[in-house]
Design a protein. Structure first.
Length: 468
């Protein structure tokens, strides 16, 4: 009897301990103050597991790889020297952006801006005239490739770098708007027009209220009842963007499938293993692995036994994915990346997340230090960072906004910069800092607007299908 009483008492104490422990709030390891307690100000620590995967995206686990040339330099340009770099993990589209995805974008722009700002929609239209050739008849593609249902699942073409960048920004906002609708914070609001459209940054800055279903989420701040979702809540997704050249090349190779422990014993020439362009798998032996031009006048093989089965582009899910699950990384259409082109970037760029093209900007503030009112298209206004206003002279990592020409096109990279004063050069245009090294249109086609694209297209030979 005595023994049973002790066991019973111990059970009660154990249950009580668990109960009181579960009610105790988590404390800060820095200050000891409780999180999520309105009595001490309500600083929140929300539950968070991981970032959700956005529509159509694939997670690319980062790591080290050899970027650059993996075959003979037949052009002898020497602008793609191999070097070891590291990229962080990132997300990338499983397939190329299709005509139908882009038509969805164009429809939204026309619905929201066509009444007062028709130029927004017009600026986003792809250049369908890229199909024309002076000695070939391609007018059917000019007229129908973008809009005919037969080509819905084909990659969009004729999109320039600026249009691709704008598409990424639009996609960010549409994905995050749908997340807020899914979470019950917003309702479908099809009457968005002009500046009254959902923009992620404007919403985070408290400058978008239309379409709200509720006032927000409960705020533990004792002085407020509700608040907008913040990036700290982990609900909204980060910005969509073009990949860097290093990221694209790393993802294209898919070397994760060739890794043994910490070694990559076999490098790749293409996004698949081996040096051949036909499948070696017994079930698909001899089938072409990508959409490229096999030879002069041979776009798709012979009738009855077509090789790549595509005279022009192919549907985005055609052929086999690489080891990351990405399709058409070695053909079909070439793809834009973020980088500005310089022939020696592989020698100059960092070995961690290498990239050339940084132009640092900051949100425009009003006289009270508050984020300025959004513009007529519903976007926050940015300005380039200013050396004086932003005290850049006290920084060591950068001292100007535009760093595209750093070590390749700026004044310091000119061989005579030590012997002459920067400001005394009458022919040095500050608006075109690359002029000292690259006279665009006269001695070179290199400029600050020259962007990099990667991968072969359906018109290219297999040599250009190599990601590096």
């Amino acid at each position: 009897m005595y023994s049973k009483g002790i066991n019973y008492l111990f059970t009660i104490l154990a249950v009580s301990t668990i109960f009181f422990t579960s009610c105790k709030r988590e404390q800060s390891g820095a200050t000891g103050w409780e999180y999520n307690n309105p009595k001490n100000g309500g600083f929140q620590k929300v539950p968070y597991l991981e970032q959700e995967t956005g529509p159509g995206l694939v997670l690319i686990e980062g790591g080290r790889f050899t970027m650059g040339r993996v075959e003979q330099e037949v052009n002898y340009e020497w602008n793609n020297i191999p070097r070891t770099v590291t990229v962080s993990s990132f997300y990338m589209d499983e397939v190329e952006v299709t005509n139908f995805y882009y038509l969805e974008y164009l429809y939204w722009l026309e619905r929201v801006f066509s009444a007062d700002y028709p130029e927004v929609h017009h600026k986003a239209l792809p250049d369908t005239l890229v199909w024309r050739s002076r000695l070939g008849y391609n007018e059917p593609y000019v007229e129908f490739y973008l809009r005919h249902p037969s080509y819905r699942d084909y990659p969009v073409v004729g999109v320039n770098w600026l249009q691709a960048t704008d598409f990424c920004a639009w996609r960010t906002d549409r994905v995050n708007e749908l997340i807020l609708i899914r979470e019950g914070l917003f309702e479908h609001y099809p009457n968005q027009i002009n500046e009254d459209n959902f923009n992620t940054e404007a919403y985070l800055a408290g400058q978008y209220e239309s379409g709200k279903r509720v006032d927000g989420i409960p705020d533990l701040n004792p002085n407020k009842e509700y608040r907008n979702v913040k990036m700290e809540d982990g609900i909204l997704l980060p910005k969509y963007r073009l990949p860097t050249e290093a990221e694209w090349e790393y993802a294209a190779y898919g070397l994760i499938g060739n890794t043994i422990d910490e070694l990559i014993p076999d490098r790749k020439l293409y996004p698949w293993n081996g040096h051949a362009v036909r499948n070696s798998n017994e079930d698909y032996i001899g089938q072409i692995l990508a959409n490229f031009k096999r030879g002069r006048g041979d776009n798709m093989g012979v009738a009855g036994k077509l090789n790549d089965n595509a005279d022009i582009t192919a549907p985005v899910y055609a052929y086999w994915p690489n080891d990351y699950g990405l399709y058409n990384m070695a053909g079909n259409v070439s793809e834009w990346v973020m980088d500005t082109y310089r022939p020696l970037s592989l020698e100059d760029n960092d070995d961690f997340r290498p990239f050339r093209g940084n132009v640092y900007k900051t949100k425009l503030l009003d006289e009270d230090g508050i984020i300025a009112e959004k513009d007529s298209l519903g976007k926050l206004i940015y300005r380039e960072v200013d050396p004086q206003l932003d005290n850049l002279q006290a920084r060591r990592n950068y001292r100007r906004s535009d760093n595209i020409n750093y070590m390749d096109g700026d004044w310091e990279s000119n061989i005579n910069y030590r012997e002459a004063d920067y400001g005394s050069q009458p022919d040095f245009a500050e608006s075109n800092p690359a002029k000292q090294m690259y006279v665009h249109g006269e001695s070179t086609r290199i400029s600050d607007k020259a962007k990099v694209f990667k991968g072969a297209s359906w018109k290219d030979r297999a040599y250009w299908a190599v990601p590096g």
